[in-house]
Design a binder for this molecule. Structure first.
Ligand code: GCO
Ligand code: MG
Length: 403
């Protein structure tokens, strides 16, 4: 069997997605997600100019060899563009392998470790009251875990909070980056009040999470971790930028609040020191940005040795193809923690028909052969690509800060 054709499909049913389709000479095909929010066309160019020509004629069964051919063979290793391109190939090849085996992907990985996959949803609101109402809506819909992000008095626009009540949060909303203004002190003074109010209204059982989005220094993160300890967070996410993995060693000495990190990681080497030192509790690297199933499986296995569990990134800027493959992975992986879930728009769901479904705060994996997600290529043509950029963040004095 040979790979006969491979091509990228760029479509924007509400937001941009890049999909790679690999077609074999026997007609069986697989699809992979290659979406890198705000840098979509860089991955398309990498795939079209460098990766696809090397795939034609190869045996699609040889997933491992193809992975190393693309990773080692490029000489220039790692980086989000490269690793998203490799991931798209890898996810598509696993899809093909599972279709050929006539099995849902989780069976090839080793079978079910659990019946269902717990997810966390996103509650956002301009102020604490509005945010608590959104938490209540999630609880009513069956969620067992909710990420809580509220507006902060004195900060006009803040990460994770939708522009208007009832709208979804979508950060890549303008052609060129919007500019936000950030105040660490206003934020730090506010967050403990938010979680006190959450526990007051919802009691102790609900799992609550919070995303700092890389905005603190290690000692500030240590303070926040300590101050929210009474509210028993499921995790505190991305509390500092993680290029310097040692920063987490400092935070860890000060707080028992569980720490999650890794949505911007693209390789095992981004997480190695964090995992081996047991400085984190959850690893968030995704299939789409970290080299696909073949590589993320290695990250998860290393993490398992050190009591670190998975908590995959799952925003709307990863396509249903990534989410579908992730649900298979989550169903199998022994050290599963939780899966992030931001529902896609109905237009996106129509473009990517899928067999996973949400039920009582969990995902239930599908039973179709492959990863269970397809693409309606005719429909994609109705939604042309439109450049969209993530915002940037500045301190009140104008200094460019972490977004
Ligand atoms: O925890 C999350 O879901 C993330 O922080 C996202 O909201 C990212 O900001 C987005 O994926 C960037 O493209
Ligand atoms: Mg995040």
């Amino acid at each position: 069997m040979k790979i006969e054709r491979a091509y990228t499909i760029v479509t924007s049913p509400g937001r941009n997605f890049v999909t790679l389709k690999i077609v074999t000479d026997q007609g069986v095909y697989g699809i992979g997600d290659a979406t890198l929010n705000g840098r979509e066309m860089a991955v398309v160019a990498y795939l079209e100019e460098h990766v696809i020509p090397m795939l034609i004629g190869r045996d699609p069964h040889r997933i491992e060899d193809i992975w190393h051919y693309l990773y080692r063979g490029a000489y220039w290793r790692r980086g989000p563009v490269t690793m998203s391109a490799i991931a798209a190939v890898d996810i598509a090849l696993w899809d093909i392998k599972a279709k050929l085996a006539g099995m849902p992907l989780y069976q090839l990985l080793g079978g079910k470790s659990r019946e269902r996959v717990m997810v966390y949803g996103h509650a956002t609101g301009r102020d604490i009251e509005a945010c608590l109402d959104e938490v209540a809506r999630h609880v009513d819909e069956g969620y067992k875990a909710v990420r809580v992000q509220a507006g902060v008095p004195g900060i006009a626009s803040i990460y994770g909070v939708a522009k208007k009540e009832g709208e979804r949060y979508e950060p890549a909303d303008s052609d060129l980056p919007a500019e936000h203004v950030w105040s660490t002190s206003k934020y730090l003074n506010h967050v403990p009040k938010l979680f006190a109010a959450v526990r007051e209204r919802f009691g102790d059982d609900l799992h609550v999470l919070h995303d700092v989005h890389h905005r603190l220094t290690p000692i500030e993160a240590a303070r926040l971790g300590k101050e929210v300890e009474p509210y028993n967070l499921f995790w505190l996410e991305d509390c500092v930028p993680a290029e310097n993995q040692e920063a987490f060693g400092l935070i860890r000495q000060h707080t028992t609040t569980p720490l999650a990190v890794g949505e911007v990681f693209n390789s095992l080497f981004d997480a190695k020191t964090l995992i081996e030192n047991q400085w984190i509790d959850y690893i968030r690297a995704t299939l789409t940005h970290a080299g696909g199933i073949t590589h993320v499986r290695r990250i998860a296995d290393l993490a398992g040795l050190y009591h670190v569990r998975t908590g995959f990134h799952g925003p709307t800027d990863l396509s249903p193809v990534c989410l579908g493959a992730a649900i298979h992975f989550d169903t199998w992986v022994p050290n599963f923690g939780i899966q992030e879930y931001m529902p896609h728009t109905s237009a996106t769901d129509d473009v990517f028909p899928h067999d996973y479904h949400f039920e009582d705060g969990h995902f239930i994996v599908g039973e179709n052969p492959g990863h269970g997600v397809d693409i309606d290529e005719d429909l994609t043509k109705q939604y042309p690509y439109k450049r969209a950029s993530l915002p940037v963040n500045r301190l009140e004095d104008g200094t460019l800060w972490h977004w």
